[in-house]
Design a protein. Structure first.
Length: 235
């Protein structure tokens, strides 16, 4: 009697990688480093505000012309936004799924309700990520779409930034989000290096130092703009 053997089709290797814990951690590491690179470039651009309205507005206009004449106006900018949104979706999805997987693996809470040797930054990673996601939506509505900025003027980014940070509660939202960002980078950079296999006692110290420096530079670089507006250095 002949027996029929069912052939099981193996899922694509990329899907297998994504479903694995190390795959999700690797996606988080790579997308996280991409965000750090973007934030450094974005911060450097923001600091052009100290050179005056003409310089800052020209920089904003230049961003829309990157790739010209090969690319039409804003094509590069929208391409960059698409990549960042895709990276954000992957980063958040991987984080949520890993968190659920971790809770399923350990249904009993840790003693005293916390993991041993976990730093303050580690404890704030989850809530910090949620805070940053909410702030990102606000930031787009505020300075990109102009919906949340009552004095928004299309094509005048210098004016929009000054008008925005002239409101105390907007600064408060911005400062809280940036402090969360600093904590996120400080711990996330070290975690990404561990995931990508960059380990060792000497390297570990160097990576932690680098992560701290990046967190301080990025947080401080973004914070100096609202501080300058509030202090009247930029008006």
């Amino acid at each position: 009697m002949a027996t029929a053997t069912a052939t099981t089709r193996r899922p694509p290797a990329l899907l297998v990688f994504w479903r694995s814990t190390i795959g999700k951690k690797s996606v988080m590491a790579v997308t996280g480093l991409l965000f750090v690179a973007f934030l450094l470039a974005h911060m450097a651009g923001n600091l052009k505000i100290f050179f005056g309205p003409a310089e800052f507005d020209h920089y904003s206009s230049w961003l829309r012309m990157i790739g010209s004449p090969v690319l039409h106006s804003s094509w590069y900018l929208w391409g960059q936004r698409t990549v960042l949104v895709l990276a954000l979706v992957l980063h958040v999805t991987a984080a949520v799924q890993l968190s659920k997987r971790d809770r399923r693996a350990r249904p009993v809470r840790y003693a005293h309700g916390r993991r041993p040797r976990a730093s303050f930054a580690t404890h704030t990673m989850r809530w910090g990520g949620a805070t940053l996601a909410a702030y990102l939506v606000w930031h787009i509505l505020d300075l990109t779409a102009g919906v949340a900025n009552q004095d928004f003027q299309e094509g005048h980014p210098y004016h929009n930034v000054v008008a925005d940070f002239g409101v105390w509660w907007v600064n408060l939202i911005y400062i809280v989000a940036l402090l969360m960002l600093g904590l996120h980078i400080n711990h996330g950079f070290w975690s990404a290096a561990q995931t990508l296999g960059i380990r060792g006692a000497t390297r570990d110290r160097a990576i932690k130092t680098t992560g701290t420096v990046l967190a301080v530079v990025i947080t401080g670089g973004f914070l100096i703009v609202p501080i300058a507006v509030m202090a009247g250095w930029v008006s």
